[in-house]
Design a protein around this ligand. Structure first.
Ligand SMILES: [Zn+2]
Length: 354
């Protein structure tokens, strides 16, 4: 079918077109059976019971956005309201219970995960972090009503005897992004950090604080969970899924750091700008940071990992998204972490841009 922009929008100064030939296919474990079931696309959602106790559900959508809900006996607690799931979250709830939806928890303030919250109406209590309320007050959106109850560090939500532990450990993907844990069910929801089975979306899933993004992998593993609801894309996650991506991220960080040290000293920097002149210095700057990203990408993707396979064999999207991750990790490593020293007065000591 011919569409307005065809299959790519080319421009001389933009990104090159990606081709399947240049990439590895997603591993089989990233393509669960329900993706082949036409009813998934007709209904607009897929539902699975997760963890212990039989009352916690993971819901995903053809748009690749996930949420969850808990049936308490005194009402349903819904976690997130992605527009891509939209009102189908209500169909999913109705398919297992007649209890009303009484509570909605916002994992974080991002519109792509809670931008269908207004569908639940004013009777539903909305629980979120203080920062989420602050951000939604500052940037109001009629589709994202203000939270009715917020907390600062830790809180417990109890409905019908079912308890959920809410915790905030600091900025990671964004400020206000919380942990939502069902201790009886052993289900943890932490959105936009781990997309089970994949390297997650480009630029560390567009995260704001990369040190926090790394820390979140450790914090996720500090919970005793049987299922992780990660917000994307075709699976809920196991502990092993988190351990695997944590290893991937630490490989990438190691090589990004190595690339920075190799290419950011005075001598290497000269090489990137040699013969360009002041008027084309930005061309050298692009080549410098992209060379560091390429270094980290090459080293990460060709490495034999802990189980004897390469990352493209273990995680979906590795050959596609690693270069974006490498760029972000290298650039934030250079800004969020130590600078390895600084220029001495006058012309003394080594000059590091990173
Ligand atoms: Zn987000």
């Amino acid at each position: 079918m011919a569409t307005k922009y065809g299959d790519f929008y080319p421009t001389k100064w933009g990104f090159p077109k990606a081709l399947p030939d240049g990439h590895m296919p997603s591993p089989q474990q990233f393509m669960p059976e329900y993706l082949n079931d036409p009813s998934f696309y007709e209904k607009g959602y897929h539902l699975e019971n997760v963890g212990d106790g039989g009352n916690f559900y993971w819901v995903t959508s053809p748009a690749g956005y996930d949420g969850g809900f808990v049936v308490t006996g005194s009402g349903v607690i819904v976690i997130d309201a992605p527009p891509g799931l939209g009102e189908n979250i209500q169909s999913a709830v109705r398919s297992v219970t007649r209890e009303p939806i009484t509570h909605l928890i916002y994992s974080h303030w991002h519109s792509d995960h809670i931008g269908a919250a207004s569908q639940f109406g004013p009777e539903v209590k909305i629980v979120a972090h203080d920062i989420t309320r602050e951000l939604l007050t500052r940037f109001p959106d009629k589709y994202r009503p203000l939270p009715t109850e917020t907390f600062h560090t830790d809180a417990e939500l109890e409905v019908g005897g079912v308890k959920l532990e809410l915790s905030y450990k600091g900025a990671d993907h964004c400020p206000g992004n919380i942990y939502i844990y069902g201790p009886e069910q052993k289900v943890l929801t932490k959105i936009d950090i781990v997309s089970p089975g994949s390297v997650t979306f480009m630029h560390c899933d567009v995260s704001e604080n990369i040190s926090g993004f790394y820390q979140a992998h450790d914090d996720i593993l500090s919970y005793d969970f049987k299922a992780l609801i990660g917000g994307h894309i075709s699976r809920w996650g196991t502990r092993e899924d988190v351990e695997i991506v944590r290893e991937y991220w630490h490989d990438l960080l190691k090589y990004a750091e190595e690339g920075l040290r190799e290419m950011s000293n005075a001598e290497a920097l000269q090489g990137f700008v040699v013969g360009l002149g002041r008027e084309y210095q930005m061309v050298g700057a692009e080549n410098w940071i992209n060379s560091i990203a390429n270094y980290a990408t090459e080293k990460t993707l060709t490495k034999t990992t802990s189980n004897g396979q390469t990352w493209p064999e273990r995680l979906a999207g590795a050959t596609v998204f690693t270069k974006y991750h490498a760029w972000t990790v290298a650039e934030t490593f250079r800004t969020e972490r130590t600078h390895f020293g600084y220029q001495k007065e006058g012309n003394g000591g080594p000059f590091y841009i990173a």
